[in-house]
Design a protein around this ligand. Structure first.
Ligand code: ASP
Length: 409
């Protein structure tokens, strides 16, 4: 077994926290260029979360050739939905605490001023298309759970098991890791069962990681993915894809799709299916979408707040920063709490100006959140953070000293 030091050093060592709220934003805004365009941009243009980058080119060509803006945005998000190795959306998304994948999506079509949303959908991979079907084939806006799945089946979407072997084994590893008080994991008769040891807390942490990696090997998780799986057990990941598209004439649409927070309670909906939180498009103003801590974004109706801010004259950058500051205000500016959440907004104004903003620089030092942009040239730019430094993953995991990590490696 090999535990790479690099794999854990970034997850176990507390990242530097800048305490001057807004300082990083001000500095970055002054240097704006990456992650934002303050004055009118180009049309057509597509912006998405960083994980949409690979799919922008084809969608841009489609948009440029006169394709509908919602269809263009769906072309971007459908790529990760179909990718079994992308574990934050669609097929292969990490499941809820019972091992069942539940997907959420919402979309808004600017030109027709219509919206569609589905939440907690099981067994159907392309919930972005199901959200669009809600617009086209119902008089409703939101469908959830079993009803949404039955609607999708009626629309001809194939039912399938969305749990890949990889996501199933990662969930099983998570289940066993949190199961010292129940019957999951190897029992007394299993050759791998070991009595709990009476050891110092710091050693217990290291041994916990070591055993987790060993158990990942026992479960047949491929060596190259093993440490990533261990990490996803210790720090349940979030992950989502948003895309907004604006055509040459100024029509625009937005969509957000996700498998939500890994190991969530069954039935939990995050911000992604909530129109006005995970996505909002107003044909007169602009479009915005979100990835990150869904519970926090719902409370500030992030995407709607941003579009309203732009309606009242704010730039995309300022509009996004204001929404982030509302999250900060909800916690009275308490960074002991704020450092365990993160939020990224992708913002597009009707004139083609755009911004990517985030509460923190990224999930890990040196790895910024990114906004992917295509306006004739395809690029990926770091978002502009409100606070300097990386957010910390939740739940908090105590630091393992670097020299001990070296020994484990
Ligand atoms: N916002 C998503 C949710 O809360 C997760 C994410 O974007 O990472 O479900």
């Amino acid at each position: 077994m090999h535990i790479s030091r690099r794999d854990f050093i970034t997850t176990t060592v507390v990242g530097p926290l800048a305490l001057g709220a807004g300082a990083a934003a001000a500095a970055n805004a002054a240097a704006a260029g990456a992650g934002s365009s303050a004055t009118a941009g180009k049309r057509p243009i597509i912006v998405s979360s960083g994980n949409g980058y690979d799919y922008l080119d084809a969608a841009y060509e489609f948009l440029k050739d006169g394709g509908d803006t919602l269809d263009a945005a769906i072309r971007v998000v459908k790529g990760p939905e179909d990718d079994p190795n992308e574990d934050s959306v669609g097929l292969g998304g990490l499941p809820n605490e019972e091992g069942v994948v539940e997907l959420d999506a919402c979309c808004m079509h600017g030109p027709s001023r219509r919206a569609g949303s589905v939440g907690g959908v099981r067994n159907i991979r392309n919930v972005s298309l199901v959200a669009k079907a809600v617009i086209e084939h119902t008089g409703h806006v939101m469908l959830v759970g079993e009803g949404a799945e039955r609607f999708a089946a009626a629309m001809g979407f194939a039912r399938e098991n969305l749990l890949t072997q990889r996501s199933r084994k990662t969930w099983l590893l998570w289940k066993e890791f949190h199961s010292s008080d129940d019957w999951w994991g190897p029992g007394l008769a299993h050759p791998d069962w070991r009595a709990p040891e009476n050891i110092a807390a710091s050693d217990a942490r290291e041994q916990g990681i070591r055993r987790l990696a060993e158990r990942a090997a026992d479960l047949g998780i491929e060596p190259e993915y093993r440490m990533a799986a261990v990490r996803k057990v210790l720090f349940p990941p979030t992950g989502t894809i948003h895309c907004s598209a604006l055509d040459e004439q100024g029509a625009m649409s937005g969509i957000t799709t996700t498998s939500g927070l890994a190991y969530k309670l069954p039935g939990r909906l995050g911000d992604s299916p909530v129109i006005g939180a995970g996505c909002f498009t107003d044909q007169d103003v602009g479009s915005a979408g979100a990835t990150g801590s869904g519970e926090e974004n719902i409370k500030v109706a992030g995407a709607h707040t941003i579009v309203e801010n732009m309606r009242h004259g704010m730039s995309p950058l300022d509009a996004g920063m204001d929404a982030l500051k509302r999250i900060v205000r909800n916690y009275g500016g308490d960074k002991q709490r704020l450092r365990f959440m993160d939020m990224t907004y992708y913002i597009l104004r009707k004139d083609g100006a755009y911004a990517g903003v985030s509460l923190w620089e990224g999930y890990e030092p040196g790895k910024p959140h990114r906004i992917a942009v295509h306006d004739g040239s395809q690029r990926s730019e770091p978002t502009i953070p409100l606070f300097a430094g990386a957010s910390q993953e939740f739940p908090p995991f105590p630091k393992v000293p670097a020299e001990r990590l070296k020994e484990i490696s």
